[in-house]
Design a binder for this molecule. Sequence first.
Ligand SMILES: CC(C)(COP(=O)(O)OP(=O)(O)OC[C@H]1O[C@@H](n2cnc3c(N)ncnc32)[C@H](O)[C@@H]1OP(=O)(O)O)[C@@H](O)C(=O)NCCC(=O)NCCS
Length: 223
Amino acid sequence: MEKMPYRQELDVHFPKRAVDPVVTTISTDWREGLPALTGSMVTLRELRASDAASLCALLTTEEVSRFISPPPTTVEGFERFIAWTARQRQAGAYACFAVTVDSTDTAIGIFQLRELEPGFGTAEWGFAIGSAYWGTGVFQDGAELMINFAFETVGVHRLEARAAVKNGRGNGALRKVGAVQEGLLRKSFQKDGEYLDQALWTILNEDWKPRQIWAAANGQLVH
Ligand SMILES: CC(C)(COP(=O)(O)OP(=O)(O)OC[C@H]1O[C@@H](n2cnc3c(N)ncnc32)[C@H](O)[C@@H]1OP(=O)(O)O)[C@@H](O)C(=O)NCCC(=O)NCCS
């Protein structure tokens, strides 16, 4: 998601929402705490306050933040963001994972998921990873874990992503995990005083499962 849902002015406490009956049949416990999801290169886990320093160092660079809404600018700002993610998760509207690699526990990026309609039938995901890890496979490994989490655990049916058309890596990354470009959202994202066009990318649950089965049958890694 180019527009990260966190904004300082939204940083208020939400009452915990009643659990949606549709979703209870699938799983509800992610609202109490995110599971650790382990792939071949990365582990996605709940954010912690102590992740603020590494995220601030890695996600505030010009190349990472160029096409996304401005991240917090200080370690304290990231600490507030991390506290906000926990409250949003408890409210059942949003989940944000830290990306860690290999055996280190350092957060080097985030994957976010937010509901676009009550019950999470349609959701939007977004991601940002420190540029030292671009082109290494970290994104694809983390993305597959995140997409599986959205479909299998949260019960998402339609997963949307928006990427500024100028964001070559963002669009390339979405294409390579099987997202389909559905359209162009004209002048839908304001960045540095300029309105940018965004591509709308989607993955449907019913498309994802056969893709995973095909990958498994062809000896590709699936989580
Ligand atoms: C988006 C992001 C997480 C992707 O991670 P990544 O490691 O760069 O992604 P990958 O290298 O695995 O995949 C990107 C793909 O786009 C391709 N690509 C790179 N530049 C491109 C361009 N200008 N045009 C088209 N495709 C491009 C790459 O070749 C790669 O495909 P390949 O592996 O088949 O060669 C990372 O770039 C990032 O954090 N960017 C900053 C934040 C951001 O823009 N978030 C996206 C919001 S939608």
